[in-house]
Design a protein around this ligand. Structure first.
Ligand code: ADP
Ligand code: ASP
Ligand code: MG
Length: 841
């Protein structure tokens, strides 16, 4: 015989005819391999409307209450019309009958001007009675035999109106007797959730959100193989996703963990949902009806210890703290028990209890609405102690929330409470009381209601829950922080998240760009900024906006702030990638190394400042066992520093490195060789977009000098701070001139350069702009080189580096190729990132 499954649909899964049809489809699929019992909530919003109508009627606004009934009538008839394929006039009549009865109830409440809990339950139960009839009709339309069944006819409870408890033994029998015949006959009973019957036959409800409990009660009674709670999110999250955007779907929870999470306010599952199934070990799945492909969360009896002692954070709002204060209580047994007793006798349930270690104060949390009554009860229960002064006062603090960190793993992990305190302290959340459950399954704290969300987020962060259940992420993760939003940044984003994604896949890596910064601020997401958001940010930058002006951005003038902010999170293999030309990067680099990041830089400045700064960086990396790579600072994507590394690592000794490191200057000298005037060639280069916005930056040779210096330092040839001997094509002082004025001024140099070209040609040579790195010195400037040498044969914008070493002396080692442009630079950066990721595995 097929196994039995219970499928429960929440209100949002039944919000419209279309959603109901979809729910019927999910049921029909399940019915192929199982005998299915369905539990349905009211259509989305209907229970709230009914509660509102009841309140309106009780307040004498009967007309308004009846308007709500009209709206419900239209909504349900319309939905039925849209769903039914065969004649369902019977259902239409039932809808009218239920709503006529509702109308009568509301009218009488209106007349009386008050409402009892019993009548209230009968009114709000109408929502489910309506919805099951629609869903059963939808099943019939889908060709499956659905039958609407009202739970108040068979699900026996204790009759506590508004919060009834199913009576396990009795209900189990009546449920089985009622539903099994349907299941055995391959009919699908569609049962009203949330509802039950009082011993006297009246309709009761199980409390808001109670359909989840209905489902597990049925599952327990029917010995179902499993329960599926269909809702509007992908499963049970590590915290309410509306409050913590980076919350993760949990793959698995133990019954006790789930119970605790919902007890502390996670409304995705009703508080008592797990009770009927835990003993029998029936697994409960929570899945998204709008995304049925997602695996969802399973709650079962397993305890899966992992790296995370805490699995979830939840919160109950609307609480108040009642505390008994007084030195005389120390050592007196049973104070807490008497507090409980006094409140319980009047139906007030205590959500939390906390005792100071000196025993001079005991504090309990109860719902805000019970504050006055609770205070009165405690005053009368402790009258003798109050008059003797053993209890000095009873303090009432309202508008409190309880935030709980939950997880079975806590029992084996010391120091959880201390971490809770520290994390909250950092965010300036004041802890009013703290309690550790005796089961060591939760730590709960009372905080001012206004600080609840901050408290939830900071605990979620403290326990690294955005990384929860993502063992795969831990193995594959690679978290990049980007400094710079220019052309190279854009290319890199595209390469990492789009064009070269399969390269990462091949390396078994899942890269994420968690942060991106410019000079004004940064964007950050610990789970990775989505590609479209990054693209939009880069577009905005290209359009002249500052990053700090974008929604969600954090303003910060120092890139180190982004590093500090990001590193508060548990990042996986964090790498700071500098694709800016900012001067301020050096300090951010040091900070990133201290905080456990590796570094990749295309920015030359942090390596080309005072030699001490260069040494500091490498020393700091060494201290922390971090990696620093800067391939793209010389020759863009060409393997210049890589080649150097290989030479040095294999025991070779470098004698000199020389080459042409500027595509722009390469283009210019090629044109000069061809007979163009300097001023003319520069104009062409500007028009082709080969130059920096101020061409003097290229023409002065300063950029080439920086590259040469970096090469000198990384190769170890340059060990002191002696300045580079730089001869520019134009003096650096010309920087900042108007474009036309500059081009005119350049004409004064035309003859001189033409003469240099001619002289070189006389001697069988050609003119090149060459960087020479020799032991102890770096010389950069125009130079006549033999026409048949490697540098002499170089043409156009290509770069070339010629290494001479002990091993490569007669015929040097030459690296040649495109050495400029955003894409090749980004490629160089990408190569460094991949090398680091490989090292870190
Ligand atoms: P349904 O109508 O399906 O019963 P509910 O509104 O009762 O749906 O519960 C689902 C909602 O619970 C989600 O939309 C989500 O906003 C909220 N929620 C709160 N805490 C959590 C959590 N830890 N995991 C998942 N959802 C949660
Ligand atoms: N419809 C009821 C409510 O809104 C019960 C449920 O959805 O579980 O509370
Ligand atoms: Mg619910």
């Amino acid at each position: 015989m097929k196994p039995i499954e219970v499928h429960k649909f929440g209100g949002t899964s039944l919000g419209s005819a279309e959603r109901i049809r979809h729910a019927a489809e999910l049921v029909a699929q399940a019915a192929q391999h199982a005998r299915v019992a369905v539990v349905a909530s009211a259509m989305a919003g209907v229970t709230d409307q009914l509660v509102g109508a009841a309140a309106d009627a009780a307040a004498g606004n009967t007309e308004q209450a009846l308007h709500a009934v009209d709206a419900l009538r239209t909504r349900h008839h319309e939905a039925l019309a849209a769903l039914a394929t065969e004649d369902e006039t019977g259902v239409d009549a039932q809808i009218d009958q239920l709503l006529d009865e509702l109308e009568a109830l509301l009218r009488s409440v209106g007349l009386l001007g008050e409402i009892s809990a019993r009548v209230h339950d009968r009114i709000v139960a109408t929502g489910e009675k309506l919805s099951v009839r629609l869903l059963a009709a939808a099943l019939r339309a889908r060709g499956v035999h659905g039958v609407a069944v009202d739970a108040d006819t068979f699900l026996e409870t204790d009759g506590l109106f508004g919060a009834a408890n199913p009576l396990s033994g009795i209900a189990d029998r009546t449920i089985a007797v009622t539903l099994r015949p349907h299941l055995d006959a391959e009919r699908i009973p569609v049962v009203t959730g949330f509802c039950g019957g009082a011993p006297d036959g009246a309709t009761t409800t199980l409390g808001r959100g109670g359909s989840d409990l209905s489902a597990t009660v049925l599952a327990g009674a029917l010995d179902a193989a499993e329960v599926t709670i269909w809702t509007d999110v992908d499963g049970v999250f590590s915290a309410d996703p509306r409050i913590v955007p980076e919350a993760r779907v949990l793959e698995q929870l133990n019954y006790r963990e789930a119970g605790e999470l919902s007890y502390y306010g996670a409304e995705v599952l009703h508080q008592r949902t797990m009770i009927p199934v835990a003993a029998k070990g029936i697994p409960v799945w929570t899945r998204n009806s709008m995304n049925p492909e997602a695996p969802g969360t399973v709650v079962d009896g397993r305890f899966t210890p992992g790296s995370h002692p805490v699995k979830g954070i939840s919160a109950v709002r609307g609480q108040c703290l009642l505390s008994l204060e007084g030195k005389g209580m120390a050592g007196v047994p049973g104070v807490a028990a008497r507090m409980f007793g006094a409140l319980a006798a009047h139906g007030i349930s205590v959500t939390m209890i906390s005792q100071s270690s000196s025993e001079s104060s005991i504090c309990i949390a109860v719902p805000d609405r019970d504050a006055d009554e609770g205070e009165r009860l405690l005053k009368s229960a402790f009258r003798p102690e109050l008059s003797r002064g053993d209890v000095e006062e009873i303090v009432v603090q309202r508008h409190v929330g309880l935030v709980a960190a939950i997880g079975l793993g806590m029992a084996h992990t010391p120091g959880i409470a201390a971490r809770v305190f520290q994390a909250l302290g950092r965010k300036r959340v004041n802890v009013l009381a703290i309690a550790q459950g005796s089961s060591e399954l939760n730590v709960s704290i009372a905080v001012d209601q206004r600080t609840i969300d901050t408290a939830i987020r900071s605990l979620h962060q403290e326990f690294g829950l955005h990384r929860l259940d993502t063992g795969e992420d831990q193995a594959k993760g690679l978290d990049l922080m980007l400094l710079g939003c220019g052309q190279v940044g854009r290319q890199l984003v595209e390469l990492v998240l789009d064009r070269e994604a399969q390269v990462f896949e091949r390396f078994g890596l899942r890269p994420r760009i968690v942060a991106i910064a410019d000079r004004s601020g940064f964007l950050f997401s610990p789970t990775g900024l989505p590609l479209d958001e990054l693209r939009a940010a880069l577009d905005a930058k290209a359009g002249g906006q500052r990053l700090a002006s974008l929604p969600g951005a954090v303003a910060a003038s120092d890139p180190a702030e982004m590093v500090r902010h990001a590193c508060q999170w548990r990042l996986v293999r964090p790498v700071l990638v500098d694709v800016s030309d900012a001067d301020a990067s050096h300090t951010a680099f040091l900070e990133a190394l201290d905080l456990g990041c590796d570094l990749v830089s295309a920015n030359k400045k942090p390596f080309a400042g005072p030699l001490q700064g260069f040494h500091d960086l490498l020393a700091r990396a060494e201290t922390h066992g971090r990696l620093v790579r800067a391939e793209a600072t010389v020759g863009a994507g060409l393997p210049v520093i890589d080649t150097l590394d290989v030479l040095l690592a294999t025991g070779d000794l470098l004698r000199t490195a020389r080459g042409c490191f500027s595509g722009t200057l390469g283009f210019l000298v090629t044109r000069l060789q061809q007979g163009a005037w300097l001023s003319e060639a520069v104009r062409e280069a500007v028009e082709l977009g080969y130059t920096e916005p101020d061409p003097v930056a290229d023409l002065s040779g300063a950029d080439v000098a920086r590259k040469a210096l970096i090469l000198g330092r990384f190769s170890g040839l340059v060990q002191d701070d002696r300045p580079v001997r730089l001869t520019g094509l134009v003096p650096e002082e010309w920087a900042g001139m108007e474009r036309e004025a500059l081009l005119e001024r350049l004409q004064t140099l035309d003859d001189d350069l033409a003469a240099q070209v001619a002289a070189a040609r006389e001697a069988g040579k050609v003119l090149r702009y060459v960087a020479n790195v020799q032991p102890g010195r770096v010389v950069v400037g125009p130079e006549a080189v033999p026409a048949d040498s490697p540098l002499g044969m170089l043409k156009g914008t290509d770069n070339m580096i010629v290494f001479t070493s002990d091993r490569y002396h007669d015929r040097p080692l030459v690296v040649q190729g495109p050495g400029a442009g955003a894409e090749v630079t980004a490629m160089g950066v990408l190569g460094d990132v991949l090398r680091i990721a490989a090292e870190r595995r």
